[in-house]
Design a protein around this ligand. Structure first.
Ligand code: SAM
Length: 227
């Protein structure tokens, strides 16, 4: 209704540029409060710590890219790895390496190799590099571990090298830098790291359309496409 009134008054540009972003930001804040930042979200009964709208964008991207290998930094209780592996089951192909510094699950999934250690550890990175070398298809990366700027910057430098042309390096939770409820925890988060990375890596471009897919997202500037 608000949109119709403003558009009738000739203000479509005002609506699109000023009002819609504010409404989206307010809605995202409410959504984060209502869901406890998606802390109790489940996939087939198992915990998965993800914004459900973003999960759909990831699903669409996995179907498009059809990765032979998906690398995930940040396993937590394994919900996202389980979700991706179920999608790969339906697609009939794809494997996953999921890394976490803590072991918070007892999962065993045929498509998933769980690695225990920090994502920037030399031994972990060497194991991932070896998997990439023998995977023979598109490689996609999702960074969802320590969201501090310094750690994301290190992960971006290391894991960007594994992403194949046309595929994605996805950086999660830039929301930390923009939504007020995260003001006291975790800043500076992923966004400054992403900006600096893009300025130095012309082989990657921000896919703004994918970031804006459902208007509200936990991952602003999160979808980086390898040219
Ligand atoms: C947001 S949770 C991951 C959520 C999970 N991807 C999901 O969707 O259910 C972040 C995880 O990153 C892990 N983590 C923190 N620092 C890390 C590091 N340096 N290397 C690897 N994992 C790390 C934490 O132990 C935590 O389990």
């Amino acid at each position: 209704m608000l949109r119709n009134i403003i558009t009738k008054c000739g203000g479509k540009r005002i609506y699109d540029r000023l009002i819609a972003p504010v409404v989206s930001r307010l809605f995202l804040g409410q959504l984060i409060r209502k869901t406890g930042n998606f802390g109790s979200t489940t996939w087939l009964g198992y915990p998965i710590w993800q914004n459900t709208l973003d999960l759909w964008t990831i699903q669409e991207t996995l179907a498009e890219i059809k990765p032979a290998l998906l690398i995930e930094c940040g396993t937590n209780r394994g919900g996202s790895a389980r979700y991706y592996s179920h999608l790969f089951d339906l697609m009939g192909h794809g494997e996953i390496v999921s890394i976490d510094v803590e072991k918070l699950h007892e999962l065993q999934l045929p498509r998933v190799q769980f690695l225990l250690g920090t994502s920037v550890d030399d031994t972990i990175v060497a194991t991932v590099r070896e998997r990439v070398a023998r995977c023979g298809g598109p490689v996609m990366v999702i960074l969802d571990s320590d969201h501090s700027e310094a750690h994301v910057a290190r992960e971006l430098e290391i894991y960007s090298a594994f992403v194949t042309p046309g595929s994605y390096l996805m950086v999660q939770d830039g929301v930390i830098d923009i939504v007020n409820s995260f003001q006291k925890q975790g800043r500076p988060g992923p966004l400054p790291a992403i900006r600096k990375f893009l300025a130095q890596h012309s082989e990657f471009a921000l896919d703004q359309e994918r970031c804006d897919r459902f208007m509200v997202t936990h991952h602003p500037m999160g979808w980086l496409k390898r040219r």
